[in-house]
Design a binder for this molecule. Structure first.
Ligand code: COA
Ligand code: AMP
Length: 625
């Protein structure tokens, strides 16, 4: 039996024994007596009576073990020219004082703190400071517009918001404070304090009585100790796009998360403790939570926080420069980042300038790793390139190539096999398990392993209806796909209204709500169409209200601006076309899948339930001019 199969079967057949063994690899204040137990909602909970603190595991524990002088975090910012290193001692001491600064504002265990910050070390420190107090952080991606921030403030009800004066994108400085002020104004919930980290590139006006200057508060603060929390207490809420305009607050617990993070660093990433881990993502996304902040630090590695892009900061050699400079062991990013590099440096000339001897493996996730990108990166770097599939909801990979157990042969287009702890099955509409090579709903058999969400913040019903109700004993992932005859998993894309734009998860349903609110629009559909660089881009189709006369170009730019100001520039909503009618079934359901297939030039089957087949001819003409 292969090493992988042995471990997989252990986790499948004796989950409590398997996860008991993994739990022993972290430093608990009180080791759990119970490994798995259902809660009052009937949801499986890991380690319900264990006591720990995630900030302790990520920082203090290593200092106690004599590794305090090792570099914990490297900040590399090509957009400002800054580079900084923090040892475990330094990071622990700074985080302890930031925790003290939050405690001075009355933040205690269970309180929520929203962190709306760019990619600076203080963002990671703020997260760890919340964890230290047992407060629940909710990081909001800096690319989101005030409206998105307001929705999250209203749902999470934070006592404090931590922010910075600005973010820095390629050639532009984005002031954050006015966006925070606008979001608070638009939200029914008002935080007590807004703590602002001033960056020299753009100072914020601290003119509201709730505003506090980060540095001034920090100077006054005393270090705060780690507060013991139950394994089942929430560590964070991370909002992610669902099918409606209201994002879902994925709740991550402390204990299961810490155990899964630790396990993943060995099983999936094969990281030594003195290794350098670089997740080129953003702390606003789940990849940033798990693999910029928590997992590398819990494992005792050096993590890199990079404030830049794969290209244009300053060139497509940026990734390779960082890998060489810090002797990166494992690099993790989204395929779109490598497509951007490939586009600007197709022959990998910049890559040849750098020494990548320390780089062992390249990992990718966030969207499907398309075979041409896989092959290009493999060929140019001569390193194993590993696709792995996961979601905000799980916090770590569901399927991948477990390089720490056994590096399996790579099949292009596949995320390889279920990671031990997950049981992936393909189901049809009525919940029957499908045989190999047949596409269906990708579902996970319960119990889900540690770290997976156990509820949606203050909306448990949404967790039940959105994920669990469709098939008894399963969690539905929202992705479609199949397992081949060797048990390799192929993820074929979302089967709901979620799209992936440059590795960013967005809701077309939310965009439809914004477009549909325009006074000239009677109805609309937004679908994700294929894009060479970003994987998918949203495209809007709108039907005008009867008798409305508009200039089509002005309408398009109004709709584009509206999506940009509601969601943010990351939505990349750039096109809206006017059509006579949308293809629908006789019961009025818009055939979004067919719209997407036509836009992508794919063949499609006209459903027998279509109301007006001629609506498809019009689309063919409009979309293929
Ligand atoms: N704050 C403010 N604005 C942001 C932002 C942030 N954190 N991140 C992106 N934006 C803005 C960009 O400036 C751009 O604005 P513009 O329309 O005014 O030019 C817009 O959002 C779109 O950004 P993006 O999709 O990132 O496109 P890009 O052309 O700037 O860069 C890539 C393209 C491929 C280089 C970039 O998307 C990338 O590095 N992707 C990596 C994917 C990734 O990290 N995914 C996370 C999950 S692993
Ligand atoms: P997010 O929650 O932002 O991490 O997005 C999760 C979604 O991204 C998944 O449901 C998939 O649709 C997609 N995704 C993530 N990783 C992969 C992958 N390796 N292959 C295919 N799709 C992926």
């Amino acid at each position: 039996m292969s090493a992988y199969l042995k471990e997989y079967l252990w986790a499948k057949e004796q989950p409590e024994s398997f996860w008991h063994a993994q739990a022993q690899k972290i430093d608990w204040f009180e080791f759990p007596q119970t490994i798995l137990k259902k809660d009052e909602n009937g949801i499986e909970r890991w380690y319900p009576d264990g006591l720990l603190n995630t900030s302790w595991l990520a920082l203090d524990y290593h200092c106690e073990q004599g590794r305090g002088d090792q570099t914990a975090l490297i900040y590399d910012s090509p957009v400002t020219g800054k580079k900084q290193r923090y040892s475990y001692f330094a990071l622990r001491d700074t985080v302890a004082r930031i925790a003290g600064m939050l405690a001075d504002q009355g933040v205690t265990k269970g309180d929520r703190v929203i962190i709306y910050m760019p990619m600076i070390p203080e963002a990671a420190m703020a997260m760890l400071a919340c964890a230290r107090l047992g407060a629940i952080h909710s990081v909001v991606f800096g690319g989101f517009a005030p409206n998105e921030l307001a929705v999250r403030i209203e749902d999470a009800e934070p006592k404090v918001i931590m922010t910075a004066s600005c973010g820095i994108e390629i050639n532009k400085v984005i002031p954050y404070k006015p966006m925070v002020d606008k979001a608070i104004m638009d939200s029914r919930w008002k935080p007590e304090k807004v703590v602002v980290f001033q960056r020299p590139e753009c100072l914020a006006d601290l003119d509201n009585e709730r505003d506090l200057d980060w540095s001034a508060q920090y100077e006054k603060a005393l270090p705060h100790a780690c507060v013991p929390v139950l394994a089942t207490d929430p560590l964070y809420i991370l909002y992610t796009s669902g099918t409606t305009g209201k994002p879902k607050g994925v709740v991550r617990d402390n204990g299961g998360h810490a155990v899964a993070m630790k396990y993943s660093m060995s099983c999936i990433y094969d990281m030594p403790q003195d290794g350098v881990f670089w997740a080129a993502s953003d702390v606003g996304w789940v990849v940033g939570h798990s693999y910029i902040v928590y997992a590398p630090l819990i494992h005792g590695c050096t993590t890199i926080l990079y404030e830049g892009k794969p290209v244009r900061t300053p060139d497509p050699g940026a990734f390779w420069r960082v890998c060489q400079e810090y002797k990166v062991t494992a690099l993790f990013s989204a395929p779109t980042a490598f497509r951007a590099i490939k586009k600007e440096d197709p022959n990998g000339e910049l890559l040849e300038k750098y020494n990548l001897n320390h780089l062992k493996t390249i990992f990718m996730a966030g969207e499907r790793l398309d075979p041409p990108t896989l092959e290009w990166v493999q060929e140019k770097t001569n390193k194993p390139v590993i696709d792995h599939w996961w979601q905000t909801e799980t916090g770590w990979a569901i399927a991948g190539n477990p390089t720490g157990i056994e590096l399996m042969p790579v099949k292009a287009g596949s995320a390889t096999k279920p990671i031990p702890g997950y049981q992936v099955e393909i189901l049809n509409e009525v919940g029957e398990v499908l045989p190999p090579n047949q596409q269906g709903f990708v579902a996970l058999k319960r119990p889900l392993p540690p770290s997976c969400l156990t509820t949606v913040w203050r909306n448990h019903d949404r967790f039940e209806t959105g994920y669990l109700a469709q098939f008894p004993d399963y969690y539905v992932s929202g992705d479609g796909g199949y397992l081949d005859e060797d048990g390799y998993l192929f993820i074929m894309g979302r089967i709901d209204d979620v799209i992936n734009v440059a590795g960013h998860r967005l809701s077309t349903g939310e965009m439809e709500e914004i477009v549909g609110a325009h006074p000239a629009v009677a109805e609309c559909a937004v679908v994700g169409v294929h894009d060479e660089l970003k994987g998918q881009l949203p495209l809007g189709l709108v039907v005008l209200k009867d008798g409305v006369k508009v200039d089509l170009e002005s309408l398009e730019s109004e709709l584009v601006n509206s999506v940009r100001s509601h969601i943010g520039a990351v939505a990349c909503f750039k096109h809206a076309l006017v059509v006579e009618r949308l293809p629908k079934t006789r019961s009025g359901k818009i055939l979004r899948r067919i719209i997407r297939q036509i836009a992508d030039g794919e063949s499609y089957t006209v459903p027998s339930t279509i109301d007006d087949p001629s609506s498809l001819n019009e689309l063919e003409k409009i979309l293929h001019v």
